[in-house]
Write a protein that binds this ligand. Structure first.
Ligand code: SF4
Length: 331
């Protein structure tokens, strides 16, 4: 790899110059905007992020606006994007930056912001401030493990350290922003998880994994956890132009403060109406199969609120609640 580095680097950067997608966060070096995009893109596809990114920045065009916003409003704007601790941490980071008066400009200072890990700090520091820090995320681990024919388990510290060191050698110190983005782009558009497009890859002639016929076996990951299927029934209880919702408590481990549709067992005495449809939703290795039923209730249910249908778009709703309300044509 060491001998190949300058050539691999050049091929990658030349390819990126012509093949890169035109994405809104590639038209700016504003660290606040880059931070928002990097946080949104964690475990989320570009096509999903695009409308959220535009809406979020239209509402909070500067870090001070996000810092001062009510948390429920921030969560409502994030609603449907998942992994909601990202939104809370992003706002906490904005508050730290607003108090500080300037955006931190070194890797270490950016890494110290709430919710910012090694990957995000390296991305923001390299793209906005030219810091020579290679990024290492799932995409980069996959591409590099194939390129190097790395047979170690990519979840292990030792393998990650080897791949990280190789990515660092590959980084062009004169253009760390371009180098990092090029490698991520290669993973996102060419060296795909299931069907890598080796024939159009700038590295096809040098890729060790390809030469050794190992592409389909790499990266090596430990056995996947078995999917657990969970059956649920959610109720859509309407009264005039309102719908019955339950808010998750502040102490709940996941998605505190978010609004949900009630499950059948949470509304004792509910009279079930017709089924409105079914959908499935996966969270890590859990696959929820959810039936949405219309229902009526005769009396008040403790801990639940009637919320106007017209205001649902401004509430932080869980993704499952949004999908269920769509099935019921209420959202
Ligand atoms: S040649 Fe194929 S496996 Fe190797 S880096 Fe390119 S796309 Fe990935």
């Amino acid at each position: 790899m060491t001998g190949l580095t300058p050539q691999a680097r050049k091929l990658l950067l030349n390819w990126y110059a012509t093949a890169k997608r035109d994405l809104p966060w590639r038209r700016t070096r504003d660290p606040y905007r880059i931070l928002v995009s990097e946080v949104m893109l964690q475990q989320t596809r570009v096509t999903t992020v695009l409308p959220y990114y535009k809406r979020f920045l239209a509402q909070y065009p500067a870090v001070e606006a996000l810092a001062a916003a009510p948390e429920q409003e921030v969560l409502a704007l994030w609603s449907g994007l998942g992994y909601y601790s990202r939104a809370r941490n992003l706002q906490k980071a904005a508050q730290v930056i607003a108090r500080r008066g300037t955006f931190p400009d070194t890797y270490e200072q950016i890494r110290g912001l709430p919710g910012v890990g090694d990957y995000t700090a390296a991305a923001v520091a390299s793209i906005c401030f030219g810091a020579p820090r290679a990024v290492l995320d799932g995409n980069v681990l996959r591409v590099m493990s194939r390129f190097l024919a790395e047979r170690g388990d990519i979840k292990s510290k030792a393998t990650r350290a080897r791949i990280g060191a190789a990515a660092q050698r590959l980084l062009d110190p004169a253009n760390p922003a371009g180098s990092n983005q090029a490698l991520m782009e290669l993973g996102a558009t060419v060296c795909l998880p299931r069907n890598p497009l080796c024939d159009i890859c700038p590295w096809s002639a040098f890729c060790e994994g390809r030469k050794q016929g190992l592409v389909r076996e790499l990266p090596v990951t430990p056995g996947r956890r078995q999917t657990v299927q969970i059956q649920q029934t959610l109720l859509v209880v309407r009264r005039a132009d309102k719908v019955l919702l339950r808010q998750r408590g502040a102490a709940e481990r996941r998605m505190a403060g978010f609004w949900e549709l009630p499950e059948h067992h949470e509304v004792p005495g509910a009279t079930l109406g017709p089924s409105l449809g079914q959908f499935s939703h996966s969270i890590t290795h859990h696959r929820y199969v959810i039936e949405v039923r219309e229902a009526n209730i005769g009396r008040r249910v403790a801990g639940m609120c009637w919320k106007p249908v017209a205001g649902l778009a401004h509430l932080p709703l869980s993704t499952i609640a949004r999908k269920a309300l769509r099935v019921a044509s209420t959202f």
